[in-house]
Design a protein around this ligand. Structure first.
Ligand SMILES: [Fe+2]
Length: 200
C-alpha cells in the first residue's frame, strides 16, 4: 500500500440505518462505537503482547490466562464492528487509523515479570471499562440494543479485570497498584509488593 493513501475514518451520515433510528442517531452511535472498536482492538493486541513478554515466576499461569481474554476481546471487537456496519457506516479496523484516532498511549512495558505486567494491565482494564461505562450511559436515550451489547461486554471485561486484580490483592483486600497513575508506576508498585510477599 502506498504511504500517501488517505486515512480511513468512520464518520458522516449513513444513507440508511436501523429502522426506528434517524440517520443522525445512527451516525452518533457509530462514532461512539468506533471509539470502543479502537479500544477493544488495542486491548486484544496489548494482551497478546503481554502473553509474549511475560517472564519469571507465574509465567505459565499468566501466559495461559491471557489467551482466552484475547479471544473474547477479539470477539467483542468483531461484534462492535459489525454493529457499526449494521448502522449503515463503515467500521475502520486499520492500525494507522486506530493510532491516529485513539485518545491513549501505546502500552509502555516490554519484557517484565508476570506480576509487574498484571500491575500495568490493571490500569489498562480500568481505562477501557471506564470508557465502556460512559458509552453505556451515552446510549441510554439513543439505542438500547447497542447499550445491551456494551453492557454484556462490560460485564465480561470487568470479570477479566478481576482475574488480573486477584493477583495484586493483599489478604487484607488492598490492591498493590492503588494510587498508581501510569503503567510504569503500577508495574513498580506491583513488583515491589511481589518481592515483599516472597521474602515474608
Ligand atoms: Fe501463544
Amino acid at each position: 500500500m502506498a504511504k500517501e493513501s488517505k486515512k480511513m475514518k468512520s464518520e458522516g451520515t449513513p444513507l440508511y440505518t436501523i429502522p426506528g433510528l434517524t440517520v443522525e442517531q445512527g451516525a452518533e452511535i457509530a462514532a461512539l462505537l468506533q471509539d470502543r472498536l479502537n479500544a477493544l482492538t488495542d486491548l486484544h493486541l496489548t494482551l497478546k503482547h503481554v502473553h509474549w513478554n511475560v517472564v519469571g515466576p507465574h509465567f505459565v499461569a499468566v501466559h495461559e490466562m491471557l489467551d482466552p481474554q484475547v479471544d473474547a476481546v477479539r470477539e467483542m471487537a468483531d461484534t462492535t464492528a459489525e454493529r457499526i456496519a449494521t448502522l449503515g457506516l463503515s467500521p475502520v479496523g486499520t492500525p494507522g487509523a486506530l493510532v491516529a484516532d485513539r485518545g491513549w498511549d501505546d502500552y509502555s512495558i516490554g519484557r517484565a515479570g508476570a506480576i509487574e505486567h498484571l500491575g500495568a494491565l490493571d490500569l489498562v482494564y480500568s481505562g477501557v471499562i471506564e470508557d465502556h461505562r460512559k458509552a453505556i450511559e451515552a446510549t441510554d436515550d439513543l439505542d438500547l440494543v447497542t447499550q445491551d451489547m456494551l453492557i454484556a461486554q462490560a460485564g465480561q471485561l470487568e470479570q477479566f479485570h478481576w482475574f488480573v486484580r486477584a493477583h495484586l490483592e493483599t489478604t487484607g483486600g488492598q490492591l498493590t497498584t492503588a494510587g498508581a497513575s501510569t503503567e510504569v508506576e503500577a508495574k513498580q508498585q506491583a513488583g515491589r509488593a511481589g518481592v515483599k510477599r516472597k521474602s515474608a
